[in-house]
Design a protein around this ligand. Structure first.
Ligand SMILES: Nc1ncnc2c1ncn2[C@@H]1O[C@H](COP(=O)(O)OP(=O)(O)OP(=O)(O)O)[C@@H](O)[C@H]1O
Ligand SMILES: [Mg+2]
Length: 281
């Protein structure tokens, strides 16, 4: 069984950067939630900071926080609880979700809302997300969402979705939307430097190589911020940048070698000021 500690206010994460308009929008969402129920959708590619954004929102606004994996649900009631057997008798075991929705001001993170195992699994969620924010369960009776609860759904744009049409029709309509992009090179370099505690030059090389792989015309590779951070951590522990890439991504020495070679020419040619408009959230 989940314990009370699951509903604590999370600690803020250091060095998490967002575009200024996203920050402003999130502050408006926080204000709106005091007036009426609000749902927020955060979309973006893998590892671009969606989950961190939701947790950080809770931390910044000193709200309790809970996360639920929607991508693994296979039936409608599964979030709420299940029937179990003990000493030959069945009983209903309530899960964390009903408690979270009944916790005032809770930030409820619904992960991978676009990928439930079964489309019907979302049916009961629709009720709590709708305007009247109530849902009936035979086992628990009428559940009413507490005051100022905010639902944040995250989804990976670019994946092959299951049930996307349903998301468009019934769900998207109920959400404010924030789309996150990968960070511009200047800001990603700063993140690597601060989070992995490496030098500016090393951080810049990692970001430049990653951007080469990302924009490779023949075979673009998905290299998330999560991944550049993993590489930076290896470099922090003494790995040469090249080794760190090879040990983090599936790629050949040759490809990497040619990118590194070509970058020596380009390292000085970065655009200045491209990181403007981002701030620590
Ligand atoms: N904008 C950013 N600033 C600082 N760190 C970031 C940023 N984006 C991502 N990271 C770091 O990258 C890692 C992955 O982020 P996170 O788990 O939030 O991504 P996600 O979009 O939820 O990924 P997934 O698609 O796999 O669910 C975390 O360690 C996070 O702190
Ligand atoms: Mg996530």
């Amino acid at each position: 069984m989940k314990r009370d500690k699951d509903l604590e206010v999370p600690k803020p994460e250091k060095h998490f950067f967002l575009k200024r308009d996203v920050v402003e929008n999130l502050d408006r969402i926080a204000a709106l939630a005091k007036r009426h129920p609000v749902n927020v959708l955060v979309a973006g590619k893998q590892g671009c900071g969606k989950s961190t954004l939701v947790r950080q929102f809770a931390a910044r606004n000193k709200r309790p926080f809970a996360t639920f994996q929607i991508g693994i649900l296979s039936e409608p009631g599964q979030l709420f609880g299940e029937h179990r057997l003990r000493k030959g008798e069945t009983y209903y075991q309530q899960f964390l979700f009903p408690r979270a929705v009944q916790t005032p001001r809770c930030v409820i993170h619904l992960e991978e809302i676009n990928r439930p195992e079964h489309p019907k699994a979302l049916n009961m969620l629709f009720s709590v997300l709708s305007e009247n924010r109530t849902v009936w369960l035979d086992e628990l009776g009428l559940i009413k969402v507490a005051d100022e609860v905010i639902f944040f759904a995250t989804l990976n744009e670019g994946d092959e979705f299951i049930g996307t049409e349903m998301l468009d029709a019934a769900l998207r309509d109920r959400f404010y939307v924030n789309v996150l992009e990968y960070l511009p090179p200047e800001v990603e370099t700063t993140v690597l430097r601060l989070k992995a505690d490496i030098g500016e030059a090393e951080a810049l090389t990692i970001v430049n190589v990653a951007n080469r792989l990302r924009s490779n015309a023949q075979e673009p590779m998905v290299v998330s911020t999560r991944h550049t951070l993993m590489i930076a951590e290896l470099v922090n522990l003494g790995a040469p940048v090249k080794e760190a890439f090879i040990n983090s991504l599936q790629m050949s020495h040759d490809v990497l070698e040619s990118i590194l070679l070509s970058l020596h020419v380009e390292l000085g040619l970065r655009e200045k000021d491209a990181g403007k408009g981002y701030e620590e959230y």
